[in-house]
Each structure stands twice: as C-alpha cells, then as structure tokens.
Design a protein around this ligand. Structure first.
Ligand code: BDR
Ligand code: CA
Length: 302
C-alpha cells in the first residue's frame, strides 16, 4: 500500500496526543508531512508546545509544527479543563529541541494542499478554525485535499451542551464552512467515539506495552479519563490505518450557527429523504480492534 501523506491539525489535548503518537508510530502507512496547532482544549501557546513535545517523545522532531489560529473565527475561545491545565494531564514529556516552523499554520495548509492537489489527507482533531481560515484565503482549498477526516460533531447528544460537541461548539462558523466546502469529508462524531471508552482495564492494557510512549499515554489518560471517558481523536488515525474496523453512511450534515441553544450542533440529515450528501458519517467501530492497533503501534515507539 502506498503511504498516505497527511497533515494533522490539532489542539493537544490528551486524545490529540494519542492520535499523534498513533500516526507517528505508523510510518509504513502514513507520511506525516506536518502538524498544525490551533487554540482549543487549551490556549494555542500550550497546544503548539504539546505538539512539539509529543514529536520529541516519539523521536520524530523532523516533522514541522506550525502554529495556527489562537482563537475561533468569529467568537471567543472556550477552553476546557478536562485535559488538565497544561493540556496533557501533567505528564512528564521531553522538552522539544526543534523550533516551531516559521510559517503560520493556516498559510501552511493553503500552500501544502495547493502544491499537491488530490494527494494530501487532512486530519482534523480540534476546532476547525485553521481550515476555516484557509477557506477564507482560498475558497477551494479543501477541494485540493484527497480527503478531510475529522473528529467532531455527533448524531446523538453533545458533550458541551445537549446538542453540541466540543470542537464544533468552539468554532461553529468554521465547522459550517468546512461542511459547505465541497471537500470529501469523513466525520467521526461522539456517536462513534463513545464506543471506545477509556476504562481502567484499557489504560492497564496500554501501560503494559511498557515503552516510554505507552507510559506517557498512561499518565495522560489517567487524568483525562476522570473527565472524559472516550478516546475521540485517535479514531481518525485508526480509520486511515484500518478502515475495516469502521462502518458508516453518507449523509448531509449541517452545522447550527444561529440558534443560541443549539449552536454548534451537527444536524445529520437522512440521505434517503434529502437525496444529496456531503460527508461519510461513521457510526460503528470495533473497539477491541482499535485498542489492539493502538497498543501494537505504541510498542514501536521509544
Ligand atoms: C473533542 O474535544 C476535545 O476535548 C477532544 O480533544 C476531542 O477532539 C471531543 O469532543
Ligand atoms: Ca482534539
């Protein structure tokens, strides 16, 4: 299988960190071209630093980290304390030795996708501010992506409000732009990621891997698992690695931006009624297969 070139847009974030580790541990399948950071779970200064530290942990500091947008497109940033005040549950991670890339993350998305039309898969693990701003710079930018595979939304209850999932709640306007963009979209929402709960037994399974990366994962998940019990973002990377673990259906997804109570809600329409679709909405995952994959890959890291 040819390697899939990917860019990871993220807000680490414990589960973002696990997703980065899973991708970095899979060089036979994934070519990680770059990481773009966004303000989300915690402020941008922390998410970019955490991305750098995860690359250092994985021994992959040749991958550039680009700082993107500090705050959502039209509203103020809403952060969360679920990931601890540093965003990685206070885990002891190595200090980065590589500097941040000089090019802004939004510019990097515009330039990279335009340079290789139809080739790069964009993996979005945080609020969609960076791709949203990239669309404002160049309206067809996501059409140049091979696919956009994103964690966000839900076809069921939200996790910030009854209606909205965190990433879409934080930047609903950017999410709406992405779903209107015409890109080839794959959505992994809470309805899917809640099928991979972080239990004590799963954390023990990860810790038993024994590598430095697995121990860091254990530290991070022990804190994170007290506030959020689902392994959201790594599902995006697992989908690229083993799509046979997943199933889903085509749907027309729209993001609520007007109603104050429902803002950020992903409204997943019934394709048989509407007739047009804009995303593959994943709705089932093999949780055992997912954790086996994660542990197998964590064993390959230092
Ligand atoms: C999403 O919100 C964040 O807290 C997680 O990193 C994940 O991307 C889940 O709603
Ligand atoms: Ca995230």
């Amino acid at each position: 299988m040819a390697r899939i070139p990917i860019i990871i847009d993220c807000d680490p974030g414990v589960d973002d960190a696990l997703a980065l580790l899973l991708a970095l541990a899979s060089p036979d399948e994934l070519e990680v071209l770059g990481v773009t950071a966004v303000g989300g779970n915690v402020a941008l200064a922390k998410t970019q630093y955490n991305a750098q530290r995860i690359l250092a942990l994985a021994g992959r500091e040749e991958v550039p980290v680009h700082a993107g947008s500090a705050s959502p497109m039209l509203i103020d940033l809403h952060t969360t304390d679920v990931h601890g005040s540093d965003g990685i549950g206070g885990a002891a991670l190595p200090e980065p030795t590589a500097p941040l890339a000089s090019v802004n993350g939004v510019t990097y998305l515009n330039e990279s996708l335009a340079a290789r039309p139809g080739e790069i898969t964009l993996c979005c693990l945080g609020p969609l501010t960076n791709p949203g701003l990239a669309i404002c710079n160049q309206k067809n930018v996501l059409g140049d992506a091979r696919r956009v595979v994103l964690m966000g939304g839900s076809s069921e209850r939200g996790n910030v409000t009854a209606y909205a999932e965190f990433n879409f709640f934080v930047d609903p306007h950017a999410a709406r732009l992405v779903f209107l963009s015409g890109a080839d979209l794959v959505m992994l929402g809470l309805n899917l990621t809640r099928q991979v709960p972080i239990t004590a037994a799963r954390v023990a399974q990860i810790a038993a891997v024994g590598t430095r990366a697995a121990k860091a994962a254990q530290q991070m998940l022990t804190v994170y698992g007290r506030g959020d019990t689902a392994m959201h973002d790594p599902c995006v990377i697992a989908y690229l690695l083993q799509p046979e673990l997943f199933s889903g259906h085509q749907a027309l997804v729209d993001i609520e931006i007007n109603d104050a109570e429902r803002i950020g809600q992903s409204v997943v329409g019934d394709p048989t009624e509407i007739g047009i679709t804009n995303a593959l909405v994943l709705d089932k995952i093999d949780a055992d297969g997912f954790f086996d994959l994660l542990c197998e890959r964590l064993a390959r890291l230092p």
